[in-house]
Design a protein around this ligand. Structure first.
Ligand SMILES: Nc1ncnc2c1ncn2[C@@H]1O[C@H](COP(=O)(O)OP(=O)(O)OP(=O)(O)O)[C@@H](O)[C@H]1O
Ligand SMILES: Nc1ncnc2c1ncn2[C@@H]1O[C@H](COP(=O)(O)OP(=O)(O)OP(=O)(O)O)[C@@H](O)[C@H]1O
Ligand SMILES: [Mg+2]
Ligand SMILES: [Mg+2]
Lengths: 255, 255
């Protein structure tokens, strides 16, 4: 079972879109896939028409019951082979309640290990902040995918994100490969083109060698509660995520 | 002194861009203006070339010293008449450390009251999450500006945001007016046009009657560390924020 985290402390860079797109593609290939919503705001759960105000049981109950995973927590998404472990707004209180308790960072890891025979791919959607939820996601996964918007400030934010990851990595034994993914790329905008060149210069070894282009069809797809890769398999955005998945799968073999 | 909060739990909707743009306009009009960065990721501070990893003293020290505001916390931005109270990454620990302490939600309000004669406009930039920082911002301000991206999921997120605000409002005596601002509007995209119609239907009394259009020059401006309203006063984005400020100022008279 491969577990991948999609994270960036910057908001609105395409984390949820990446989880939905890659999750949809894995399911379409016949791999039993689970997507997990760690964001108290619940974008991933809303995408699949669940209401984070009334989800129960969900990820919050998993944390409150010390990692006890119940079958009722795994929900259908309307896409064959794709299941969802939804978020609820109550997750926003976890940092205050459990943030300093010993072993708090390993709860999700232990819970997902029990699913080993049931799923082949698990994707974790993180909230746009560094807290106990992101720490849990990083501890539970073998690889981190970091979407970055191709604009100047996002590169500054990426420096901080990489420092955060380095800090968290120090407490792991095995290395955790990272893939930086340029998103919302608009080749007509000078800022996009220049930022991509800057990223290629500063992060040449971790940066994916392609980009996810801006594609307004992503907004249509979220309205239909379907991944774009399912709704319009040949849209520009779908093709780009298909190329990304090929790269991640090729390097994941060594995980 | 008018204090306005710009907040939305959804990431990447234009919160920081709104604070920078409105702050720039107020300063250009000769109003002494302060912008405050409450986001541990520090986008507003980075915008004006401060490094959230090394800011000290900043907002974190203000919270740690129980609201003690020192002159060294107020920094220049390179824009005449515009000052910045910067964030540091350490703010991410506040929820865990201070989240349940009594009176924790009023620290910023008390600190800003001491600036009453020094500034005429204060704008608070919130992180994309509900926590002690957002609660402080809402308690310290007379009005809330809520940027919303014109896409389907954002409207679902807005419902949750409004419920959150209603929950926090219950503990206030005076009403806190709210202005919902459609951002990143692209009239060529069906999802944008349909979502705007939906917003106009569901939130007719709180919704601003205009939109902030998608304008790639915002990305250029952040690269120059200048508000777009200063760099290119007649860009589409600048003109839209000028119209928004006119609406907010007209209704703020009653605050
Ligand atoms: N390649 C793309 N082209 C066009 N729109 C996109 C693309 N990727 C994402 N979007 C849109 O941008 C917005 C933000 O994307 P998304 O919600 O996935 O970001 P996020 O990083 O998960 O945000 P948050 O920080 O709030 O969790 C959404 O409206 C989404 O539809
Ligand atoms: N009207 C607009 N047109 C084009 N780009 C915009 C517009 N408003 C904001 N942006 C761009 O969208 C991105 C997100 O904006 P911004 O950082 O202001 O959002 P935010 O809500 O503050 O994000 P976060 O949730 O991370 O704090 C930035 O790259 C910004 O330059
Ligand atoms: Mg998201
Ligand atoms: Mg911001």
């Amino acid at each position: 079972m491969h577990v991948w985290t999609v994270a960036n402390q910057k908001g609105g860079v395409g984390k949820t879109t990446t989880v939905v797109s890659l999750g949809g593609l894995c399911a379409q290939r016949g791999l039993r896939t689970l997507v997990v919503d760690l964001d108290p705001h619940g974008s991933l759960s809303s995408y699949f028409r669940l209401d984070p105000e009334s989800v129960n049981p969900g990820l919050y109950e998993l944390f409150r019951n010390d990692g006890q995973l119940e079958p009722a927590m795994l929900r259908p998404t309307g896409v064959e082979g794709l299941s969802l472990l939804p978020a609820s707004t109550a997750l926003a209180t976890l940092d205050r309640q459990l943030g300093t308790r010993k072993g708090m960072g390993l709860i999700l890891r232990r819970a997902l290990q029990r699913l080993d025979g049931e799923f082949e791919r698990v994707l974790l959607d993180c909230p746009p902040m560094l807290g106990v939820l992101m720490v849990n996601a990083l501890a539970a996964s073998q690889r981190v995918i970091i979407p970055v918007q191709t604009e100047f400030l996002a590169v500054k934010g990426l420096e901080r994100m990489m420092r955060t990851l380095a800090m968290i990595q120090r407490s792991r034994n095995e290395a955790q490969p990272q893939t930086i993914v340029p998103t919302l790329y608009d080749q007509r905008t000078r800022a996009s083109v220049e930022t991509l060149a800057l990223l290629r210069h500063e992060y040449s070894d971790l940066l994916w060698d392609d980009v996810i282009p801006e594609d307004t069809l992503f907004r249509e797809a979220s309205k239909q509660a379907l991944p774009l890769t399912v709704l319009r398999p040949w849209a520009r955005g779908s093709q780009a995520y298909r190329r990304l998945l090929a790269t991640v799968e090729a390097t994941a073999e060594d995980d």
